[in-house]
Design a protein around this ligand. Structure first.
Ligand SMILES: Nc1ncnc2c1ncn2[C@@H]1O[C@H](COP(=O)(O)OP(=O)(O)OP(=O)(O)O)[C@@H](O)[C@H]1O
Ligand SMILES: [Mg+2]
Length: 470
């Protein structure tokens, strides 16, 4: 088995890694570090929790210590929490270097970020939207000299869907030099391989773990067939059972929408479970606070949308419950990969309704593993069914009394405005605390922003209202 020194890293860096429990290289690290040090582009596809972060952080730090300047490396990643986690790895491994890093993500003070960028940090870790905003609006920093561009969760960054990063990535790619080294990592690269290959052109080195099964061996994977209407009772029963049997277990529950995430959290709190929620409709400070509480094991249950599905490394997580069956196998792979990391054991249970069976088949086909049924004591579930359903309904009513749906609408419109898509979608906002702007003027106008007559065709107060709405 190789050592980090043998892979070409300096003694101080190998020593620093050792102190952090990164003693022997994992296969993805052993395979990718040497070609990166040789100056090649790299695409690394390895299972969740297999150490992909250190596979790019270590060689970047090695090269940085040989020729330190700022801005030396740009890391782009899809979620804010993940950006902070990657920055933390750079910070602890690069401590002997006096590494300066800078995190550029949405939901945080843009002016403070601009100031930090102008101070030439060695490494910038960013989410695409906010970094593109800085590039569009400021000339106080430059990415023209970066040596490394890293896309962590590269397939997610390139895929088109509800959160489409492609426009922002175009801006970013236009701002970095062609001579850079490009490093792409994910547990699910293969679907987007062609797009990725066009990004990495410098004698790209592609490494994929050989294992046929795409989830880790230490993960026990189960499904539970439940009628849609009694899903929550099963969930409460499962949590109660885990809590009774294992004092120190942490659980992540994934669900499909922000609203359901919020309702489930309210509901579990009613049952006195120590739970916190994490979804994109929360303010960033609340998101960080929730994650910190969960990471420190003060709260044992995290209920999250797919914003937490990728990359997050929380060693205490023993169980992942999919409250909804993921619509795409790759989402399943990332979700269940939040447990059984770095050789630890873990359990994933997917709640499957009568409508989801084809999704399970697609997942099984992709991961090359058959999920087995998880058995529960149905009588115990039935005994709490009414209580759970009543509590859920109460929580729904409570949430309806807040401005949750309205906030969602505002966020959606804000995004549309920023993307220049307002003309197609404007509908009157639901009633609530707002100005007297007459929206009906704007709903049928062909293309208000493109016509450049914002004040006439698009109500300016509306724009301000929406932009301030967060
Ligand atoms: N060589 C190593 N030896 C032991 N532990 C390691 C090693 N390299 C990384 N780790 C630890 O393994 C854990 C998982 O690493 P990491 O988050 O980089 O996984 P990943 O491959 O990026 O997973 P994901 O696909 O979920 O993002 C981290 O806690 C990390 O500190
Ligand atoms: Mg990762």
């Amino acid at each position: 088995m190789s050592s980090f020194r043998g892979l070409g890293l300096s003694a101080w860096l190998a020593e620093q890694a050792q102190q952090l429990g990164i003693g022997r290289p994992t296969p993805v690290q052993a395979a990718c570090i040497p070609p990166i040090l040789q100056g090649r582009d790299c695409m690394g596809c390895a299972k969740t929790g297999s150490g992909k972060t250190a596979a790019f952080v270590l060689p970047v730090l090695q090269k940085l210590c040989e020729d330190p300047y700022g801005i030396f490396c740009l890391v782009v990643t899809p979620t804010r929490e993940l950006a902070y986690q990657i920055a933390e790895q750079f910070r602890v491994l690069g401590k002997p270097l006096g590494l300066k890093d800078c995190i550029i993500v949405g939901g945080m003070d843009m002016v403070a970020q601009a100031l930090e960028l102008s101070r030439k940090p060695h490494v910038v870790i960013a989410t695409p939207g906010r970094l593109a905003d800085h590039l569009r609006s400021s000339n106080t920093f430059s990415l023209r000299k970066i040596k490394f561009l890293v896309l962590d969760e590269a397939d997610r960054l390139l895929e088109q869907g509800c959160t489409d990063f492609t426009k922002d990535l175009e801006v970013i790619l236009g701002a970095v030099p062609a001579t850079r080294q490009t490093l792409l990592f994910s547990a699910t690269l293969t679907d987007t391989l062609n797009e990725l290959k066009s990004l990495a052109m410098n004698k790209p080195f592609f490494w994929e773990s050989q294992a046929e099964v795409r989830t880790v061996d230490e993960l026990v994977q189960r499904y539970l067939l439940v009628p849609e209407k009694v899903k929550d009772a099963y969930l409460v029963h499962l949590i109660q059972t885990f809590q009774d049997e294992h004092e120190d277990w942490s659980i992540i529950i994934f669900t499909s929408t922000c609203k359901n995430c919020q309702i489930l959290n309210m509901m579990l709190k009613q049952f006195n479970f120590p739970s916190v929620a994490l979804h994109s409709m929360m303010k960033q400070k609340q998101r960080f606070a929730a994650l910190a509480k969960f990471k420190s094991s003060v709260f044992k249950i995290l209920i999250a949308t797919d914003v937490a599905a990728r990359g997050l490394d929380i060693p205490t997580v023993q169980v992942v419950i999919n409250h909804n069956t993921p619509g795409l196998p790759k989402i399943y792979i990332h979700r269940v990969g939040r447990t059984a990391r770095a050789g630890r054991h873990g359990l994933a249970i997917t709640l499957v309704t009568q409508y989801d069976i084809h999704l399970v088949h697609a997942i099984e086909e992709q991961i090359k593993t058959k999920l087995q049924e998880f058995s529960v004591e149905e009588r115990a579930v039935l005994s709490i069914l009414t209580q759970v359903n009543v509590t859920r309904r109460e929580c729904e009513i409570k949430l309806e009394a807040t401005d949750f749906d309205e906030k969602k609408e505002i966020n959606k419109r804000k995004q549309m405005i920023l993307e220049g898509k307002v003309s197609d979608v404007l509908q009157p906002l639901p009633p609530g605390p707002r100005t007297s702007t007459d929206l009906s003027r704007s709903t049928r106008h062909p293309s208000p922003l493109h016509s450049c007559s914002l004040s006439v065709s698009f109500p300016f107060e509306e724009l301000l209202f929406i932009l301030k709405g967060e």
